[in-house]
Design a binder for this molecule. Sequence first.
Ligand SMILES: NC(=O)c1ccc[n+]([C@@H]2O[C@H](COP(=O)([O-])OP(=O)(O)OC[C@H]3O[C@@H](n4cnc5c(N)ncnc54)[C@H](O)[C@@H]3O)[C@@H](O)[C@H]2O)c1
Length: 381
Amino acid sequence: MEKIKVGIVGTGFIGPAHIEALRRLPNVEVAALCEVNIELAKEKAAQLGIARAYVFDDLLKQDDIQSVHICTPNFLHYSQSKAALLAGKHVVCEKPLAKDLHEAEELVALAAQTGLVNAVHFNLRYYPLVRQMKTMREKGDLGDVYSILGSYLQDWLFYETDYNWRLEPDKSGDSRAIADIGSHLMDVIEYITGLKTVEVLADFNTIHKTRKKPLKAVETYSGKMLKPEDYADVPITTEDHANVLLRFDNGNRGSVTVSQVSAGRKNQLKLEISGSKKTFAFNSEAPNELWIGNRDGYNEVLMRDPSLAYPEARALMSFPGGHNEGFPDTSKQMFKEVYAAIEAGKQPESPSFPTFADGYRELLICERILESNRSQTWTKV
Ligand SMILES: NC(=O)c1ccc[n+]([C@@H]2O[C@H](COP(=O)([O-])OP(=O)(O)OC[C@H]3O[C@@H](n4cnc5c(N)ncnc54)[C@H](O)[C@@H]3O)[C@@H](O)[C@H]2O)c1
């Protein structure tokens, strides 16, 4: 069997996670990577055991590379996805799909025109128990959705000295916590419940109004302490923390909180979805368990176990119960579905995986959340 050759664009944090996930698929070969310059590309290729290293334009000239994964900072997603589609490559893009709605709209249209496979890496949909909640809701086990409570909390921007390109709107967009992690939360809520978010009321807070940007590269684990003259004070305009009230198209309500300054919360997405029959509670830091609440009987804990789950969720499990699966497995399970489509050569009619259209939908909700925060009024999606 000829394997599908893939090129990875950007090899910071998430690029290597894509590489690892792809290497666990039987029909895929990670053949090449590209970085911001050729020296770094070669260094990363040697580190990651990948044969070929390029800069972006040269990667696209490689006829044998059939698909590319865009794993670069947000401001590059639009131009790189567009160029890749125009070069005839299937595209898996990181979230958010683009920096604004116009860019996203153009990408959705272009992808549809080309017929190429297009996906956005909303990998959190691929926790098997997330698919289990979706399937239980579809089969009527949850009943009508009464209310949704969601949060996504992190602490990696807790200190004023924590710094990253995500703090700069020209690289990240006008929203930060909502665009970066709220995007996953808003996506997964609509995915599980099948509801549409129709109106939002947002209240943002920037805890650190200025941050200290290092003036020289900080080597990871170098153990070197920076001195005061090594930092510049930079004003921060994007949110560290946001609360959003939500109204859904079934007339019921929800709320979400996101924060990147919650000490001790490393990467915690929590959901509590209450229906007319049961409540589901899920925590991404303990993703092998789903709490199911009942009014008239015992509450239950469903362990991730292929023999206990619906077939739709079982399809996302590679290991038996008790053999825990986690974050790295979500990308593998998503790419399994994406590469089945790539093997077939075109975007399916109703893809099981998140597409550029889903990326557009999530940007639309995020943009309305930003508008609502600016006007401090309910805003229609
Ligand atoms: N789905 C998820 O769970 C998840 C998790 C983390 C990050 N992300 C997304 O992935 C993207 C990257 O985030 P990250 O944390 O890996 O960032 P990062 O800063 O760690 O890595 C970005 C990489 O892109 C490279 N790069 C920059 N310009 C480039 C260019 N022109 N050509 C090729 N490479 C270039 C950088 O050198 C760097 O290696 C972001 O959009 C982020 O939202 C998604």
